[in-house]
Design a protein around this ligand. Sequence first.
Ligand code: SF4
Length: 272
Amino acid sequence: MIVNKVIAKSLITKSKIPGIDFVINPYIGCQHACIYCYAEFMKRFTGHGGEKWGEFLDVKCYDMNKIRPEKYDGKTLLFSSVTDPYTPLERKYENTRHILEKLSSTRASVRILTKSKLVTRDIDLFRQFENIQVGISLNSLDEGFVKLIEPRASKPKDRLEALEMVANAGIPTYVFMSPLFPKISDWRKIIEAAVPFTSDFRFENLNFRGHNVSRIMNLVRRGYPNLREYYDELREDYSVWNEIESDITEFCSLRDVDCEIDFHYGGFSKTS
Ligand code: SF4
């Protein structure tokens, strides 16, 4: 892992993600190294062109005293959009924790999104926010599959345990199922496993991008050869998502849970 410290001009930046006013990315890069990661384009803009995603991390250095929590009152802030706020080295550098400390008096709506059990370390800080939601990103309970697609993220059972701990601390939680791998992601089982700790489920489709298509198709060819043709079709014809959307809506209605479906094709995606 190549770790650099870089001077950052800002940590909280305006966002084009629908419903999010500002994004907070404490790091450049992400150690979780998800094979589909939509944030990999960041390599081009940050001097990491020839490097492997997941193998470098720039720790942003910033004078945290410059953060003015009142500036964001009434706005929506997301940790994070192009890294995971609880990437493993957050344990050492604590950028996310320090930003949260400075923001705790804000009247913004703060959203956390992560694939890491490290999130539970900051429960004491989450309690200080007026309006916060902590989201766990999880798209399968199959440990073997998750290891292949999200090699350094926490195991599914650890993410569920983190969700439980955060919920038990009285903090609003949600589960973000992203990206859904059709016929592989066991989203019904995830709902059943997580429903004691949240009733807020959000879904995002798998997007094929230039940099991830060969990795995803190799995974399907090796692990799910019977789905190869289906995934070939999926790359060309997005209409299958309409069917998946109606299955999800029906199931969520039966289980009496909230569901937000954020299927989109191309454009920007939240990563973690
Ligand atoms: S999808 Fe999220 S957790 Fe995975 S590598 Fe990208 S930023 Fe990190």
